[in-house]
Design a protein around this ligand. Structure first.
Ligand SMILES: C[S@@+](CC[C@H](N)C(=O)[O-])C[C@H]1O[C@@H](n2cnc3c(N)ncnc32)[C@H](O)[C@@H]1O
Ligand code: SF4
Length: 356
């Protein structure tokens, strides 16, 4: 048992750590009391965005653990990201997890490349869980075996796994990802999670063509057969290999049809970043989400390779302060930075860093 002064110190520390989350909860309740579940009135949103939001931590922080990957997906949005020599070490990632937890962010989302290629993956998940963060990650499934599933279960935390499927059909998925057998690996990864009772979604990359062909129905059916918790639909992000593929972006009418179709699923199949579709608001622009590269660079989003500082040189809070003061976060255009915010998109695609 801890001596009383130690126990008191520990409880003050944990109270302090949870303060930002409490503040957010109070502000959300305040908003709900004033406006119900309706969107904020037009006059309030810019004021909130300008003066209140920067005081709060992002809701989700994506940490990319590596840009290495065994697959070669035709749609990969990160495959063209510049690789550097020295990925963040285990200690550096743990230090970042500490900063994230103290700041009050509730969810850490491990991504990549393929995050399971990191040998320390299970340790990092445990570190995040120990700091009371929810953990979410996506994987191509090749390395998620029974042993890893048991280690994840033993972390005893709130963990959500996303296993990627780009088609409910074996050959099409293998071909699209450039690896024979990756479809079966994904299915077996899902089974290991289900067997250990770890919440697991299918992360389904859905194109306009596949939607028109009715492939969504087959994927939802497969998800139900596999007893997954949900089918998270990701539509093409025009980044990496898809940077010039404007033809792949869903048209407004198709978005509406997709939303209508998903209503019938009552949450089982759902769109990632629903706000991007329903309210045309970008979670990065709204300071709800940020991205940390495998080298510690801070970007607004995984698909926006513009760096605002590096965690090896500066603490997270001071980089965020600077980033959120940038003019892109003050503009009128609140739509997806990667897709629709054309002036921003053309500047980050120009050579050299984004210049405020
Ligand atoms: C970046 S990957 C990283 C994790 C892992 N390698 C995987 O494939 O699951 C995370 C998710 O983003 C999806 N994704 C990758 N590039 C994308 C793009 N350009 N547009 C939409 N989704 C994309 C993948 O299909 C995957 O479900
Ligand atoms: S989408 Fe994931 S699995 Fe496919 S190449 Fe990119 S990082 Fe690898």
């Amino acid at each position: 048992m801890k001596p009383p002064h130690r126990a008191a110190k520990a409880s003050i520390k944990s109270w302090k750590n949870s303060l930002p989350q409490k503040t957010i909860r109070v502000l959300r309740q305040f908003k709900t009391v004033l406006f119900g579940s309706k969107p904020l009135p037009d006059f309030a949103q810019p004021l909130l965005q300008r003066f209140v939001r920067p005081l709060l931590p992002p809701r989700i922080i994506i940490i990319s653990l590596t840009y290495d990957c065994q697959a070669n997906c035709k749609h990969c949005g990160v495959v063209t990201s510049e690789k550097q020599a020295q990925e963040l070490t285990t200690l550096e990632v743990m230090e970042i997890i500490d900063q994230v937890a103290v700041m009050g962010t509730g969810t850490i989302y491990f991504s990549g490349g393929e995050p399971l290629l990191r040998r320390d993956f299970a340790r990092l998940v445990r570190a995040a869980v120990d700091r009371r963060c929810r953990v979410q990650f996506d994987t191509n499934g090749l390395l998620l075996d029974g042993d890893l599933a048991r280690q994840l279960k033993a972390c005893n935390g709130e963990i959500l796994v996303g296993v990627s499927l780009d088609s409910p059909e074996r050959q099409a998925h293998d071909r699209h990802r450039g690896v024979e057998g990756i479809f079966d690996a994904a299915l077996s990864a899902i089974e290991h999670c289900v067997c250990e009772e770890i919440p697991v979604d299918i992360s389904y990359y859905l194109t306009r063509d596949a939607f028109a062909r009715g492939e969504l129905e087959d994927t939802i059916r497969l998800g139900r057969e596999l007893s997954v918790d949900g089918v998270r639909i990701i539509t093409p992000a025009l980044s990496g290999r898809l940077i010039e593929r404007h033809d792949l972006a869903f048209l407004p009418q198709e978005e509406l049809e997709l939303m209508k179709r998903l209503k019938a699923e009552e949450g089982f199949a759902f769109l990632e970043h629903r706000d991007v579709y329903t309210n045309h608001r970008c979670p990065s622009f709204d300071m709800e989400l940020i991205y940390i590269s495998p080298y510690g660079d801070i970007q607004p989003c995984i698909y926006v390779p513009t760096t605002f500082g590096n965690l090896r040189e500066e603490p997270l809070t001071s980089i965020l302060k600077r980033m959120w003061r940038d003019r892109i976060f003050k503009g009128e255009n609140v739509q997806c930075l990667a897709h629709c915010n054309r002036p921003f998109r053309s500047s980050w695609r120009a050579p050299g860093p984004w210049r405020p």
